[in-house]
Design a binder for this molecule. Structure first.
Ligand SMILES: Nc1ncnc2c1ncn2[C@@H]1O[C@H](COP(=O)(O)OP(=O)(O)OP(=O)(O)O)[C@@H](O)[C@H]1O
Ligand SMILES: CC(=O)N[C@H]1[C@@H]2OC[C@@H](O2)[C@@H](O)[C@@H]1O[C@H](C)C(=O)O
Length: 404
């Protein structure tokens, strides 16, 4: 094929960087991957070459949290943080490339998820239009300018423009990379929010579905940060291990209407953020509950919500053999123990990404590298069955770099 033709196949072997900064705002994940076209280009082969996590500077982290409150997210602050994060993301990309002894010229594309500041996937009626929007910041033009590498960013709006939820996007790459002929797999990410992807045995892309199960670490982190000054997470589940689950509170929390909503559905801080945590803290004070008991209870709730999602929406249609847990929650042994107690009686084995030969932390960054690789080639990279979009779309906005 003429390599200059518009339809030229992408280079056989290429390198891409993926940047992810998730809803828990713990930092920037950067993955450098090698992509090779698989047989008949059906399944790309991906190899992780380098991975780094750079914590956000405290100042930037504080500003991100401040802007989660829409009344404080004025255009001047949002505009500034957008380019500020662009600088931080560019540094993270250059650093992971350097760590592998490679140069920016070796890398074909950067895919940057950005920082979600606000997500409003349900249509809002205005002027006769049904409007959905989502705000991810971290300016792609800055990333491209600093690195000299084309950057694909802002992936979600193109899916929403087709009436999709704009989330979750990672199932597209999970389908490419994990699907099996004989086993139905559940891929459960426990980040800030929890989300599950169902890959039915031997099924095509139209059989995949995925949705947010509810809180991931968001409630655990929120409660810990409020009750244990200086801490941002329940590292190793140490606090939950010393507490007991409060049955009446757990029962009450299970009534949250989100769990009973049918998919497609997605959620975020708007539902399980500061206001929700403030209510939990009030309840604890009124009842004189110990801090550790509250942490244990929200840990149990998080595991329950994952089991509940399987019981309610998945088990009857796609009985699964294995649930693979990824995201920071897989480093919390108490959460994992509770999750096993939920899933194993239903015949689903629980394993971590590491236990099946992958990397929990790098998974989403790898996904955005691969999504960018599709975007830059003009190939559709959403799963309409998953997001609810009415048709496939090419997600991501491209900022080209000027190369001398
Ligand atoms: N050693 C650990 N012990 C307990 N919890 C941990 C540990 N390491 C990470 N976590 C939890 O994982 C969270 C970060 O998870 P992750 O990086 O997967 O989230 P994210 O990518 O920001 O979120 P999302 O996937 O929802 O966008 C931390 O905030 C913390 O709650
Ligand atoms: C709007 C947004 O940032 N959503 C995140 C969030 O964090 C987990 C879950 O909620 C998922 O829907 C999504 O991220 C991943 C990367 C996704 O789109 O697949």
């Amino acid at each position: 094929m003429d390599p200059t033709s518009k339809n030229a196949a992408p280079q056989d072997r290429r390198y891409a960087v993926g940047l992810m900064s998730g809803t828990s705002v713990d930092g920037i994940d950067a993955a450098l991957i090698e992509i090779r076209e698989g047989a008949a280009s059906e399944r790309p082969e991906v190899r992780l070459i380098a991975f780094e996590n750079t914590p956000y500077p405290a100042e930037a982290r504080d500003e991100i949290f401040a802007l989660f409150d829409p009344s404080r997210a004025t255009v001047d602050r949002l505009g500034l943080l957008n380019v500020w994060l662009g600088e931080l993301y560019a540094e993270a990309a250059l650093s992971v490339i350097g760590s592998a002894g490679m140069a920016p010229e070796d890398v074909a594309v950067i895919g940057s998820h950005g920082q979600t500041i606000y997500h409003a996937p349900e249509p809002q009626r205005a002027d006769g239009y049904d409007l959905r929007f989502t705000v991810q910041i971290g300016e792609g033009a800055v990333i491209a300018a600093r690195t000299g590498i084309p950057c694909v960013s802002d992936f979600r709006p193109a899916d929403m423009a087709e009436q999709g939820q704009g989330a979750p996007l990672v199932p597209f790459t999970e389908y490419l990379l994990y699907r099996e002929e004989r086993r139905t797999l559940l891929l459960q990410n426990i980040g800030g929010i929890g989300n599950v992807t169902v890959l039915p045995a031997g099924g095509g892309p139209e059989r995949v579905y995925a949705f947010d199960t509810g809180p991931g670490n968001m409630l655990i982190d929120g409660v810990v940060a409020a009750l244990y000054p200086g801490m941002t997470m329940d590292a190793g589940g140490a606090i939950a291990a010393g507490g007991s689950v409060d049955g009446p509170l757990l029962d009450r929390l299970r009534q949250e209407p989100y769990y009973a909503l049918p998919w497609p559905k997605s959620t975020g801080r708007e539902r399980f953020g500061a206001a929700y945590v403030a209510e939990l803290l009030r309840y604890r004070e009124e009842r004189g509950m110990s801090p550790a008991d509250l942490v244990a209870t929200v840990t149990r709730l998080t595991a329950w919500s994952i089991g509940d999602a399987y019981r309610r929406w998945i088990r009857d249609r796609d009985p699964a053999e294995l649930l693979i847990v990824g995201g920071g929650g897989s480093y919390n042994p108490v959460l994992l123990r509770f999750l096993k107690q939920e899933m194993e009686p239903m015949g689903v084995r629980v394993a971590t990404q590491e236990e099946v030969g992958h990397h929990s932390d790098a998974k989403e960054a790898i996904a955005f590298a691969l999504l960018a690789d599709y975007a830059i080639a003009g190939r559709p990279n959403n799963l309409p069955a998953v997001t609810g979009a009415r048709r496939p779309a090419v997600l991501g906005k491209i900022s080209y770099a000027y190369r001398e």
